[in-house]
Design a protein around this ligand. Structure first.
Ligand code: NG6
Ligand code: CA
Length: 509
């Protein structure tokens, strides 16, 4: 059946009223309102143009598209940064990542950057009786400085609000290449301790730089330290052989843990943060997905991830949880094609445009750095719609707090539950976007990019970063691709945008 599309401004209406009222059954019901489960599916480097529902034709994503077509699909939904750590920091704290100097791409041995006394999204939900879990990529640091991977590693996700955590510490291209379950490295044998260093190699250990003959995937830039599974990584490690993950199984490993979490916690409300690893490098689809996209490993892992989303949704359905589960789908930052390995991603890209019509990509201050697929799905509670409201992942904290009746609010997080549930197009009026500590500003449909020194293009990844000696001003309504800089022709607007931006970034001035 073809779903009739509609825009919110015309006719979409939610099948209920008032966020708390939404949660209760009949009026006068003596039962306390039943809180909905929340499942946050978070992709890694999936671009605005990487999904069928956002215009992709070369790669098929039927399961993600089903969420998009059955829920609210945001066209102006943003991650908080053009890289992972800062986006994830903002997602969990509701605070702009540029306020926290440590919220930058972290190595695998970095200390935890969220203060354990800080209020977080999962802690807020715990206070409301939720059981909380994270499965997948963490990338917010672990421990307090020097980590002994052979002891329980803490503080980490358990200490900032997750009752359950099955994670990789950083990224799949960084050591250690092991999973941690509630702080313990999974499958570690005491007689083969795991050692990790980002400063120097361990004597006698092969590296991508010295031993290319041991690599089944070659590094293009960076990624030439310790080799695991034929893939050279960032950082050095030794030992812990029995604990090492198999890259091709990672999607299944995370999916199974996510499904198990749902099955084990279905009696009380739960929050599951399913932080998937695709399509971040190294792209290692399970053999059953190899060749599935015709676009090489980058396309194949998108197909794999799409399948995982479908399987997760099936689990919710099988457990009769769909009508009581709010599903949020998004990505931590924009897309990159070559992010440091020779993996055919460029050669086989064909006509596919991971950024869609947007300019830039991962690491970029232009739109494709942070404007990402953003979908909110709730069977029976949300009518399918496309929303143009300006929303950020930053806003999930306060908006979910509204939904579950919590008084907690994130410092920079806006209360946009109505927009998220498709009850109107009233989103933010303004937003600061970040890319590796640089920031840009959106207000309405205008975007201001302040002047930044540095290369205009990162030649390694072939992405325009947004750096220019001149201020840039774009009007997205007419120019979604940010091709026409209006800074000279619209001096008043430029002035207004500059001042509004400075008010947020440098309030003391
Ligand atoms: C970069 C890596 C890149 C990726 C990124 C983090 C190099 C040359 N590049 O430093 O491959 O790992 O960090 O990506 O090492 S993110 O999505 O987790 O932010
Ligand atoms: Ca990422």
């Amino acid at each position: 059946m073809k779903i009739k599309r509609q825009t919110i401004s015309t006719s979409a209406k939610l099948l209920g009223v008032g966020s708390m009222a939404l949660l209760s059954g009949c009026q006068g019901d003596k039962q306390p309102p039943q809180l909905p489960n929340v499942v946050l599916i978070y992709m890694d480097d999936l671009g605005y143009g990487d999904m069928g529902a956002y215009g992709a034709t070369a790669v098929e994503t039927p399961h993600m598209d089903r969420l998009a077509h059955g829920g609210v699909r945001f066209t102006n939904g943003y991650s908080s940064s053009a890289t992972s750590t800062p986006s994830r920091y903002a997602l969990l704290t509701g605070e702009y990542p540029w306020r926290e100097k440590n919220a930058q791409i972290l190595p695998g041995e970095a200390p935890l950057i969220i203060d354990t006394t800080q209020m977080t999204l999962p802690k807020m939900l715990q206070e409301r009786g939720y059981q909380t879990g994270i499965v997948g990529k963490w990338h917010l640091g672990l421990g307090r400085g020097t980590v002994d991977w052979n002891q329980r590693v803490a503080p980490g996700p358990n200490e900032v609000g997750f009752d359950y955590a099955f994670i990789m510490a950083a990224t799949q291209d960084r050591v250690p290449t092991v999973y941690l379950e509630n702080g313990q490295v999974v499958g570690l044998e005491p007689d083969d301790p795991l050692l990790v260093s980002y400063r120097e190699n361990f004597e006698g250990e092969p590296t991508g730089l010295d031993n290319p003959e041991l690599c089944t995937m070659m590094w293009h830039h960076g990624h030439n330290n310790s080799i695991h599974n034929g893939i050279p990584r960032i950082g050095f490690q030794k030992g812990g052989e029995s604990a090492r993950w198999i890259d091709e199984d990672m999607a299944d490993d995370f999916l199974q843990k996510a499904q198990k979490f749902i099955r084990n916690h279905k009696e009380k409300p739960f929050f599951l943060y399913y932080a998937m690893q695709q399509p971040h490098v190294p792209r290692t689809p399970h053999p059953r997905f190899v060749g599935s996209s015709g676009m090489g490993p980058r396309g194949d892992v998108i197909v794999e991830a799409d399948w995982c989303v479908g399987e997760l949704m099936k689990t919710l359905e099988k457990e009769s949880l769909l009508e009581n589960t709010l599903v949020i789908f998004s990505s931590d930052n924009g897309p990159v094609v070559n992010d440091g390995y020779f993996d055919d991603a460029e050669e086989k890209l064909g006509d596919h445009r991971p950024s869609g019509l947007l300019r830039g990509g991962k690491y970029s201050l232009y739109e494709a750095g942070t404007r990402v697929p953003f979908i909110v799905f709730w069977k029976g509670k949300i009518e399918p719609a496309v929303s143009n409201a300006l929303v950020s992942q930053l806003d999930l904290f306060s908006s979910l707090a509204q939904l579950v009746g919590s008084d907690q609010r994130g410092p920079d997080s806006e209360e946009l539950i109505d927009a998220f549930l498709g009850r109107g197009e009233q989103g933010r009026s303004e937003l600061i976007m970040e890319a590796t500590t640089r920031t840009a500003y959106r207000q309405g449909d205008w975007v201001f990019v302040p002047p930044y020194k540095g290369p205009a293009v990162n030649k390694m990844v072939n992405i325009e970063l947004g750096n220019s000696n001149e201020p840039q001003l774009y009007y997205l309504t007419d120019d979604i691709g940010q091709q026409v800089n209006l800074a000279d022709s619209e001096p008043e607007k430029l002035q207004e945008m500059t001042e509004a931006y400075e008010r947020i970034r440098n309030p003391q001035r």
